[in-house]
Design a protein around this ligand. Sequence first.
Ligand code: DX5
Ligand code: ZN
Length: 216
Amino acid sequence: MIVSPSVYSMHFDDFKTEMEALNDSVEWIHFDVMDAHFVPNLTFGPGICQAIRRNTDKFLDVHLMVEDPEHYAEVFAKAGADSIIFHYEVFNDIDKCVELIDKIHAMYLKAGISIKPGTPVKEILPLLDKIDIFLLMSVEPGFGGQSFMPDALPRLEEVNAYKKEKSLDFIIEVDGGVTDRNAHELLSRGAEALVAGSFVFNGDIRANVEKLRKCE
Ligand code: DX5
Ligand code: ZN
């Protein structure tokens, strides 16, 4: 499994120490970009992304919760992202999503699509053979530390069934309220990458990552 802690929940006064713990224990690092328009919260710009890049060789998984992902895809590509994940709801249009996916691939990055809890999975099925990562939101995007929405489980099953039926090889990632209480249910339904913010950073990072791994 891939563990992708969300630096949203990092204690930035202990940046170096927490980066070391991540470097010792995880595969990916999840970077939540919020613009105070697409979601009602504001997080990080490219400078923080560059600082993380300077402190890790891990796969930097950039989740854009912004109204203008075309612009920010380029900004975060330059800042050291390995993947750019954007929201289907920005466009609600398959062709426009494909255009941006192509642009992300042209920058030699992995491309991903995310959907909010209210967006029907069937709307994005035509994109699944074009992407590298599908990010299923299991909370309403905007804030860390929310409770997992169990509705995500049948949605995950729907994506996984389609993936198997069409023999696709994108990575299924789940984001929001992930803990050692729901990780097993997620992994057994096809999740391969788990984003976890508050669960990982609340307490001992290495030990919390281990707890997630034991759920496999
Ligand atoms: C929510 C973000 C998440 C969030 C996860 O909008 O996309 O990545 O930080 O945090 P937890 O694990 O605390 O729900
Ligand atoms: Zn996220």
